[in-house]
Unconditional design. Structure first.
Length: 133
């Protein structure tokens, strides 16, 4: 598990505009406290020299496992709400069904890390789509 306080940049390179750029390793978890809620930011993509994000099914799986490992250590049995990861803007190009299947696979293979309820959060239209499948 990579925690923000343990952050070591994945790489430092010159961007297209010769600026120095750093990256977090896939699976880095950054907790952010806000209004009595902790939000976990999760690195699921890597950026190229043009600052374009790239992800894959393997990156998403690695990130979800890392999140569960972080939750195992710091979650204190509280419920966790995870959005559907790997579709849309993540650029992993997973369909909603593929993302749900991957989420279920990771959960099933990592049961020992779960000490509270895990809720998958989807928009109403995706929820309706998944109910039809």
């Amino acid at each position: 598990v990579i925690h923000a306080r343990d952050y070591m940049p994945l790489c430092i390179r010159a961007g297209a505009d010769n600026s120095k750029q750093t990256g977090y390793p896939i699976g880095t978890v950054v907790p952010v406290a806000w209004n009595n809620v902790t939000i976990y930011l999760l690195a699921v993509s890597q950026f190229d020299d043009m600052n374009t994000a790239h992800s894959s099914k393997e990156y998403i799986e690695t990130a979800l496992i890392s999140l569960l490992e972080f939750y195992n250590v710091f979650g204190q049995g509280n419920d966790i709400y995870i959005p559907l990861v790997g579709t849309g803007r993540s650029r992993a190009n997973l369909s909603n069904k593929e993302a749900v299947d991957l989420f279920e696979k990771v959960i099933n293979e990592n049961q020992e890390k779960l000490h509270g309820k895990i809720h998958m959060v989807v928009t109403p239209n995706i929820g309706e789509e998944l109910l039809v499948m």
